[in-house]
Design a protein around this ligand. Structure first.
Ligand code: VG1
Ligand code: CO
Length: 543
């Protein structure tokens, strides 16, 4: 094998964010931009020689180009084997499972998740370690440091491999195996859930719609929900992954999955509606006439997980990201199990899962998952819901209401201000942080303040500290406002404001969410001067 060493010059903007390196496709297309990042990563991975690397992505534009580059560079950098999904396809949770299942050294997942695709859309590269989870900050910091000083990268001169053909091919002596992206994942799901019970539910007339949003979950959902579980053909819509997601925005929220939402709220609603995002790690769950907020979904799944065979012995603990509502905390309290609050991003759950401290994790951004992989898993959440519905033989709305009656309801909403000026956004956060110590002792808007800080996380497993993870202002009545800047946006800055209010089990659970949060929304604007500093009089997206 002849390894070529090619001279390059560093870029100064290759710092991985919440979920890998994410930029416009055109940005990635700059000379050596991809090569620099991958070489910086490989340079930061001691012990990779002769090991297995998993590669796959969500099928978006530029996916196959980067896969070919990555395969050649893996060969030149001494990897022993590459496993790549057929057609270049691997969902994020699918890749996590493949890494674990085959004992790989790690994996490259090519995705910008829910961001739009196509030549003018976004692209991204994430690295997951041997546990199947997103690289911890220790690795991403090393990659960033390396990217600032890199002078050369390594590759080999070989033709592209045929990604359509399953089986083993060779690239400069390194074995490249093209694998079925779905089969191993489907087999894993079958070990966790009662497929017979769910099959029976479908056979007795239960109807569902799953919107794959022309993204990576299509083939997985078709094979599992229509194939294994016998839901009628056509249950999974928009099932073929397209390079530009059909021009849509593969974000399963009430804005971008509006068609599904409207169907579920209308007279012809099936029993259950669900959707997933670009790379398959997020989920949207809607019952007939009832949208389930991701924070509630986490709590309900945790409270009912024991109904699925994979969790029949109960769960050992729950973790949620800091901005996620405290609904799950009440479940953990009742079950008498550990509860952890981590910074935003799945990488912070890895240590807790590896150490066996928690079984179920979730984020307010529609991510839920368990210790079966080390990523959030959209289809997993949908299948767990189906399993619960099959066992409880109740509708989604009824289950949600019973949950509130038992644990109380956490009214919850996130307000995003997208593409605002980065300078103004940073200044807003800096000034807010600086003002925290001088917030009036009497409280805000008649509410007594019990907590005002910039969240810092102390990992109980490895002892590391991650600071500046978001400003939180907590009130005595259990309500809370959180402010943070997104780490996944690609243009300007995105300010996220998270609002939450607790209503006890015997309280009013039927209020409109924005109404129930109205005074907190006004308070958030006045304390952070959002309108004045961003020039916006309303959020871009409300979820
Ligand atoms: C967002 C979400 C966060 C999620 C991350 C990656 O990050 O808020 O909860 O983990 O996206 O999800 P941020 O920094 O923009 O708030 V995905 O589905 O893009 O891998
Ligand atoms: Co995603």
């Amino acid at each position: 094998m002849t390894v070529k060493t090619i001279a390059t010059t560093p870029y100064d903007d290759q710092k991985p964010g919440t979920s890998g390196l994410r930029k416009r496709v055109t940005h990635f297309q700059q000379p050596n931009y991809v090569e620099n990042f991958i070489q910086s990563l490989f340079d930061s991975l001691p012990g990779k020689e002769n090991m297995t690397l998993v590669i796959g992505g969500d099928g978006r534009y530029f996916n196959d180009t980067v896969i070919q580059i990555a395969i050649r560079m893996a060969a030149a950098n001494g990897f022993g084997r590459v496993l790549v999904g057929q057609g270049g396809i691997l969902s994020t949770p699918g890749a996590s499972h493949i890494i674990r299942h085959y004992g790989a050294f790690g994996g490259l997942i090519l995705s910008a998740s829910h961001n739009p695709g196509g030549p003018d859309g976004d692209f991204g590269i994430k690295y997951n370690a041997a546990n199947g989870g997103p690289a911890p900050e220790r690795i991403t910091d090393a990659v960033h440091a390396r990217s600032l000083v890199i002078t050369e990268y390594k590759s080999v001169d070989t033709p592209d491999i045929d990604l359509t053909r399953k089986g083993i091919q060779s690239v400069a002596g390194m074995a490249v195996e093209v694998i079925d992206p779905v089969a191993d994942y489907a087999a894993l799901m079958e070990t966790l859930f009662d497929f017979d019970a769910i099959r029976e539910m479908f056979a007795s007339g239960f109807r569902m719609r799953f919107d794959a949003m022309h993204a990576v979950t299509g083939p997985y959902a078709k094979a599992i929900i229509e194939g294994h579980l016998g839901a009628g053909e056509g249950t999974v819509v928009n099932a073929v992954p397209l390079p530009d997601f059909g021009g849509g925005h593969p974000d399963p929220n009430l804005v971008h999955a509006k068609e599904l939402y409207d169907l579920m709220m209308g007279p012809d609603a099936p029993d259950f509606g669900a959707a997933s995002d670009g790379d398959g790690d997020r989920n949207l769950v809607i019952g007939r006439g009832r949208f389930v907020t991701p924070s509630d979904s986490l709590a309900i799944l945790a409270a009912n997980a024991h109904l699925a065979p994979g969790y029949a012995r109960g769960i050992v603990g729950i973790a949620r990201s800091m901005p996620t509502s405290a609904a799950a905390d009440r479940v953990a309290e009742k079950l008498g199990i550990e509860m952890h609050e981590t910074p935003t991003g799945w990488k912070f759950f890895g240590n807790l899962l590896d150490a066996g401290r928690v079984t179920i994790c979730g984020e307010e951004s529609a991510g839920t998952g368990s210790d079966h992989v080390r990523e959030k898993d959209g289809l997993w959440a949908v299948l767990l819901w189906l399993n619960i519905l099959a066992v409880r033989k109740q509708g989604v709305d009824e289950i949600v209401r019973e949950h509130w009656a038992r644990f109380g309801r956490n009214y919850y909403s996130r307000h995003d201000y997208e593409e605002i000026d980065s300078g103004a956004a940073n200044l807003l956060m800096d000034d807010l942080r600086a003002r925290l110590p001088s917030l009036p002792a009497s409280g805000l808007g008649g509410r007594e303040i019990v907590l005002a800080d910039d969240f810092a996380y102390h990992d109980p497993v490895d002892g590391s500290t991650s600071s500046a993870q978001g400003v939180r202002i907590g009130f005595a009545d259990g309500s809370r406002i959180v402010f943070r800047l997104s780490g996944t946006g690609t243009v300007g800055a995105t300010l996220r404001v998270y609002l939450e209010r607790y209503e006890a089990p015997d309280g009013a659970h039927d209020r409109d969410t924005q109404d129930a949060l109205a005074d907190l929304i006004a308070l958030a604007d006045s304390v952070a001067e959002i309108g004045a500093r961003t020039g916006r009089d309303a959020p871009t997206v409300i979820t």
